[in-house]
Design a protein around this ligand. Structure first.
Ligand SMILES: CCCCCCCCCCCCCCCCCCCCCCCC(=O)SCCNC(=O)CCNC(=O)[C@H](O)C(C)(C)COP(=O)(O)OP(=O)(O)OC[C@H]1O[C@@H](n2cnc3c(N)ncnc32)[C@H](O)[C@@H]1OP(=O)(O)O
Ligand SMILES: NC(=O)C1=CN([C@@H]2O[C@H](COP(=O)(O)OP(=O)(O)OC[C@H]3O[C@@H](n4cnc5c(N)ncnc54)[C@H](OP(=O)(O)O)[C@@H]3O)[C@@H](O)[C@H]2O)C=CC1
Length: 564
């Protein structure tokens, strides 16, 4: 019997952010492994015209919860949705609900946050800092509370290169920021935001760092732990592989690439793609909840849950030479443009240098290669263009690809829409996509080193049974398998596409490839014709090539006649 599963039996657990990506997987695992838990309180707000109950029913009726319903048929009775808005004072929780929460809660998992990179400072501070402070205040009034688990991000200190499992101080005290936001107006806040966030890349990571500081300052005598996941991806194993339900992080990029909208990205070839499956993060969260409550460490422990140091995967490739598990297909630039060739050469040179500089990276996996190979096997329906991916770390090349591979086709397509009497929309969509990609660029052009002493210590504290049921050992992850399931999951659960449509999608890809070749050939012929008309040298080269081909063919014909 798993000690951790038994620990949660009979417990009242409070989860914030339960309607989010991580929160749903956390609830699912809790119900599946500890069906005898007493109750899960979730703080929910009505959204998109749905009441709390409708939101809960929608979650429980989803595919994610299919297994839970077998193990815990009365799951509906064990969820208690409490109306709450974390942006409001006291979270706008009713007196009776607050009383129940304060007197009954045993464990808190605080997942709620705004994860938008472009949120306003006011809103992000309210949710990621002030709400955390408020929740800690509530926690301090809970007599039965055994552990408070705060979910942060591995990127809360991404302004550093090496990050330890400690809470780093922020230049400005969170309290000062909270106080000043109360009286500053929005225009002034916008003006001072860059000065406040300094070398953090966005408001999200900055406010998550402030949130950690608040946890440290307001911890009082609570048993607190902080968990810092890197980029949370689709499920690896549980309850089934590939489950994903939002367009954050890599998900949106996978869709945009699979549908042929995004064909180039500014990314450092060997930068580590520190994706961590959501079920791995949840397993660690539950193990940390147990450990913090039972072992009561003297100080607040921080746990990193990342993949890069134990089982690295990078965004791109260094050809098919480094990974024995890669598809074997070279990372090819299918377009035969000169810039493309130069880019390839540059990648090989950079990659060769990097390989020599970081021999550890020899065994890394190549996300991009696997993703593209999977698109061949399991194409998305109705792609705009054929999926392709040019990775470049050079700003100039990146701008070139943006113009040629993204903006130009969007403009051409919009002209076609206009000519056929429809409303143009592709340029707008493309601008939005490129804006999103530019926000993610910071994270795909750098690598970080996260120490994982606490996470490893915890792993060694678990019984073999707990290590199996609550597995967070990312060394066992097979990236090839994971990425295939990830892409399949995006197709099935996000795009809601039917597998029966695959043959048709493959046919469409073939058609797009033919159009692509035709278009390139026409372009080449036009360019060549124009050149020949203008340059004597081009004409000489042309006659040389034609006469060479003619001689070659005559020789070939003569020798085959001799053989007969
Ligand atoms: C050529 C390339 C080849 C690649 C090949 C394959 C490569 C290998 C794998 C893929 C690699 C790709 C690299 C990915 C890099 C990922 C790096 C991520 C780094 C994260 C570090 C930190 C991690 C964390 O701690 S937090 C989690 C990460 N957070 C995010 O990702 C949030 C980022 N998002 C935002 O900030 C905004 O959404 C923004 C700015 C991107 C977009 O804002 P915008 O205002 O333009 O759009 P929205 O109005 O927000 O939404 C548009 C549209 O989408 C709907 N929507 C929004 N969110 C969701 C959602 N979560 N789920 C479902 N749908 C959503 C929204 O409703 C809108 O729909 P409409 O119908 O238009 O209303
Ligand atoms: N996804 C990732 O890649 C990573 C996530 N993390 C951290 O993990 C945690 C969970 O992230 P994730 O699940 O991906 O995020 P989601 O955006 O999927 O979920 C956010 C959750 O917070 C809730 N929430 C937001 N605002 C409010 C509010 N005013 N009142 C009540 N609830 C609110 C949302 O509720 P609603 O449904 O009503 O909007 C939702 O349940 C966050 O703390 C994040 O920083 C860390 C590293 C990476």
């Amino acid at each position: 019997m798993s000690t951790i599963a038994a620990f949660y039996g009979g417990k009242s657990i409070l989860i914030t952010g339960a309607t989010g990506f991580l929160g749903k997987v956390l609830m699912e695992k809790l119900f599946r492994t500890s069906p005898d838990l007493k109750v899960i309180y979730i703080l929910v707000r009505p959204k998109a015209g749905q009441t709390l109950q409708q939101r809960v029913f929608q979650i429980l009726d989803s595919k994610l919860f299919e297994k839970v319903k077998e193990v815990c048929p009365n799951v509906h009775e064990k969820i208690r949705a409490i109306y709450a808005d974390l942006n409001q004072n006291d979270f706008a929780i009713s007196k009776e609900d607050m009383q129940e929460l304060l007197s009954c809660t045993n464990i808190i998992f605080h997942c709620a946050a705004t994860v938008r990179f472009d949120d306003t400072l006011r809103h992000a501070v309210q949710l990621n800092v002030t709400a955390t402070r408020q929740l800690l205040l509530m926690a301090s009034q809970m007599p039965k509370l055994e552990a408070f688990i705060h979910i942060s991000t591995a990127y809360s200190n991404c302004n550093l290169k090496h990050i330890d499992e400690v809470i780093y101080p922020c230049p400005v005290e969170p309290k000062k920021i909270i106080d000043s936001l109360e009286w500053l107006d929005d225009a002034i806040i916008d003006e001072i935001t860059p000065k406040l966030i300094r070398d953090w890349p966005n408001i999200y990571t900055y406010t998550k760092a402030l949130g950690e500081m608040v946890v440290q300052q307001e911890s009082r005598n609570l048993n607190i732990a902080i968990i810092r996941p890197s980029i949370v991806g689709a499920t690896w194993q549980e309850p089934f592989p590939g489950w994903v339900d939002n367009i954050n992080g890599p998900n949106g990029i996978i869709i945009a690439t699979g549908k042929g909208f995004l064909r180039a990205i500014k990314a450092t070839p060997m930068a580590v793609a520190d994706v961590i499956p959501v079920d791995t993060v949840v397993n660690l969260m539950l193990a940390v909840g147990w450990y913090t409550a039972v072992h009561r460490p003297k100080s607040t422990l921080v746990y990193h849950i990342t993949s890069g140091n134990m089982n690295p995967c990078n965004w791109h490739k260094m050809g098919n030479t480094t990974s024995t598990h890669s598809s074997g297909k070279p990372w090819c630039h299918t377009e035969s443009s000169i810039a493309g060739q130069l880019d390839t050469v540059a990648h090989f040179i950079i990659g060769f240098e990097l390989k020599n500089a970081f021999p550890r990276m020899e065994n890394t996996w190549h996300a991009g290669v696997q993703v593209l190979a999977t698109f061949e096997k399991i194409p998305f329906e109705r792609p705009f263009r054929r999926p392709n991916a040019n990775f470049t770390s050079n700003s100039f090349t990146s701008q070139y690809w943006n113009a040629v591979s993204h903006r130009a086709p969007a403009i051409i397509y919009d002209c076609y829409l206009r000519l056929t009497g429809r409303k143009p929309r592709m340029t707008k969509l493309m601008n939005r996509l490129l804006r999103t990609v530019s926000m993610l660029e910071y994270f795909i052009n750098r690598s970080w080193e996260w120490s994982t002493y606490n996470t490893e210590m915890l792993m060694s504290e678990l019984s073999p049974e707990d290590q199996r049921v609550f597995n967070f050992d990312v060394r066992q992850l097979n990236w090839l398998e994971y990425i295939e399931n990830y892409v399949l999951g995006v197709k099935k659960y996000l795009l809601k596409e039917d597998m029966a449509g695959i043959p048709k999608a493959k046919q469409r890809l073939k058609r797009l490839r033919n159009i692509h070749y035709l278009f390139n050939t026409a372009l080449f012929l036009i360019a060549w014709r124009l050149l020949i008309a203008r340059s004597q040298m081009a004409r000489n080269v042309w006659f040389f090539i034609v006469s060479f081909c003619y001689k070659f063919l005559s020789y070939f014909r003569a020798s085959s006649t001799l053989k007969v």
